[in-house]
Design a protein around this ligand. Sequence first.
Ligand code: MG
Length: 160
Amino acid sequence: MRTGIGYDLHRLVRGKKLILGGIHIPYKKGEKAHSDGDVLLHAITDALLGATGIGDIGEFFPPDDIKWKNANSAILLKTVWSKIKREGWIFENLDCVILIEEPKILPFRNEIRSSIANILDVEYERIFLKAKTGEGLGIIGRGKAVAVICTVLLHEPIRA
Ligand code: MG
């Protein structure tokens, strides 16, 4: 078994959509980013890459490469996961913490879980997430940013 950790942070600005795990969450602000800004999918992508030790999201999809401008993060995650799956890795579970002051994520939790399960083609029960506020403190608490920490567990390929 191998564990991987993923982290990402994006600024929250007006005029952008808040996208978490491929789901649009209605809110007055959204992630400022080069891509679609899906901070949750970026952290998951990095956790999967970290568990396997094959690289990180910045190496696979350089932010200064115009090819990834407005990139659909679900496609990036699918690309990475299919490469990892091809090598024989098996998914055990994923757990995520979304650090965001508002809005409340709980009403969207199961929709986000389904979306991630769908992107990875794994069972819904293997995906979990929760949100935490910043208690009004710092960049999270003042609503300036959204961040995600997640951890993934994979079974190593069985070598013949
Ligand atoms: Mg990112």
